[in-house]
Write a protein that binds this ligand. Sequence first.
Ligand code: GLN
Length: 247
Amino acid sequence: MKLELNICHLYPDILNLYGDRGNIIAMRRRLESRGIGVTVDECSIGQPIDIDKYDIFFIGGGQDFEQEVLLRDLAGGKGRDIRTAVEEDKVFLAICGGYQMLGQYYKTWDGTQLDFIGAIDVHTIGAKERLIGNYMFQTTPESGGTMVVGFENHSGKTYLGESVAPLGMVVSGFGNNGEDQTEGARYKNVFATYSHGSLLPKNPVLCDFILKTALERKYGAVEPLEILDDTLENSAHDYMQRRLSKA
Ligand code: GLN
């Protein structure tokens, strides 16, 4: 049986900071290199999502203004569909503004409250100073236990509710809020993070963990993923890890 994953890229024209699209390219290439089928569809404002069709949903980052633009579309049914997909254990990868959007609300630094979709129990409070820079975190064992290098740039500080675990713990940089060392969120098969830049091309172990999660959800137990030549990916990763270890 030929395995196949269907990916839905949500709001690619609106939430499109810092080359977050590179995550889609990395997932596609790593699947194709192993002979696993992959389709990628885009879904933006005014387009309904057929949640049954997709195994992985990707949501990139965006600024406060762009997040506000999406509120009407989310309230018009997409928010409910996304909540359903999350509860059905579909895999989500959400970055920064996309991560905040899955949460309950975002109170921006000037006091505006954006009510988001509440698919995961997190909320975000804007601060005047931005949390910016290259950073690094170790994912929890439930999310593969790997060192992730990335780049963060947010004014929102995110706080996790009881039902949500962190994706990992900060080793260098700020993460969710610069206070409790947590970074990102893991709820069911949602992987949410502040890491732009792009995340998956230079963190192939995390990419494969996410792909494996999606394959297992769809097909049950699957063979271990074929090892790929990650010389370039690992050298980008290890270079940043060394740099951040010295910082
Ligand atoms: N607007 C959000 C913030 O500044 C998200 C920014 C982003 O996606 N980089 O917190």
